[in-house]
Design a protein around this ligand. Structure first.
Ligand SMILES: NC(=O)c1ccc[n+]([C@@H]2O[C@H](COP(=O)([O-])OP(=O)(O)OC[C@H]3O[C@@H](n4cnc5c(N)ncnc54)[C@H](OP(=O)(O)O)[C@@H]3O)[C@@H](O)[C@H]2O)c1
Length: 239
């Protein structure tokens, strides 16, 4: 059996990725932090082809414990795909940004990447195959006002993607980032879609399923020569 871990795999983009990877034959390890009802719905939607693994990606000890427990339950298996998708936003102009909002966004998005990826790398290196996809954002490429914390976190993820890709390429492991524009999920729920879509050449928000299709390609064996890259998926908004 092949295993894929999707952080924040219970809702939004992560849920669509979970469903798509299950279609590709993966047992999907669905991570989330608090909303168990949505996580169970997601697991049911893939007919139980995986399992729930709750932990807060920003908490190194909690992540370590959960991954160690998983390994003990699956002594002969390894996680060959990681989708570092968990993320939050806490928008504010920098002048008014509470310190906690700066740290929370960095801790989940950027340190979450480290906390989850680092313990799983040795097994990927041993098996000489692995796929890591990090969820970035248009904010991490161009920076968006009102999102200095989020832009810094996503920019950090992009730089980390490029660095790690060079460390592990010889071991058959690819590391890429996906940079969505506006995608219809709970995260974009409160935004004024009617006026924002005027900024998007495609004149609409994207769907989680469209992002999931891109991720499915990046984790496939056919994408083995694509590494250290950032693939935008934004309806032509960013050039
Ligand atoms: N939507 C967009 O337009 C857009 C654009 C660019 C980039 N992105 C990025 O895409 C990713 C997914 O976004 P989304 O719109 O699908 O978000 P979402 O609908 O708000 O879902 C977020 C998911 O992340 C989980 N999560 C939040 N904090 C966590 C933590 N500390 N530890 C583990 N899991 C955690 C949530 O679990 P619970 O249900 O338990 O809270 C949920 O499964 C994020 O990294 C986001 O920054 C989104």
């Amino acid at each position: 059996m092949k295993y894929a871990l999707v952080t924040g795999g219970s809702r939004g983009i992560g849920r669509a990725i979970t469903v798509r990877l299950a279609q590709e034959g993966y047992q999907v390890i669905i991570n989330y932090t608090s909303n168990q009802a949505e996580a169970e719905k997601t697991l049911a939607s893939i007919n139980g082809q995986g399992e729930l693994l709750p932990f807060d990606v920003s908490d190194y000890q909690q992540v370590r414990q959960a991954l160690d427990d998983w390994q003990q339950r699956h002594p002969d298996d390894y996680i060959e795909v990681i989708v570092n998708n968990a993320g939050i936003r806490r928008d504010n102009v920098l002048a008014l940004m509470p310190k906690d909002d700066w740290h929370r966004v960095l801790d989940i998005t950027l340190s979450g990447f480290f906390n989850v990826t680092q313990p799983l790398l040795p097994a990927m290196q041993m098996h000489k195959f692995g796929r890591i996809v990090n969820m970035a954002s248009v904010s991490g490429l161009k920076g968006l006002p009102g999102q200095t914390n989020y832009s810094a976190a996503k920019g950090g993820v992009i730089a980390a993607t490029k660095a790690l890709a060079q460390e592990v390429a010889r071991r058959g492991i690819t590391v890429n980032a996906v940079a969505p524009g506006f995608i219809k999920t709970d995260m974009t729920e409160g935004l004024d879609e009617a006026s924002l879509k005027k900024l998007i050449p495609a004149n609409r928000f994207g769907t989680p399923e469209e992002v999931a299709d891109l991720v499915a390609f990046l984790v496939s064996p056919q994408a083995g020569y694509i590494t250290g890259n950032v693939i935008s998926i934004n309806g032509g908004m960013y050039t």
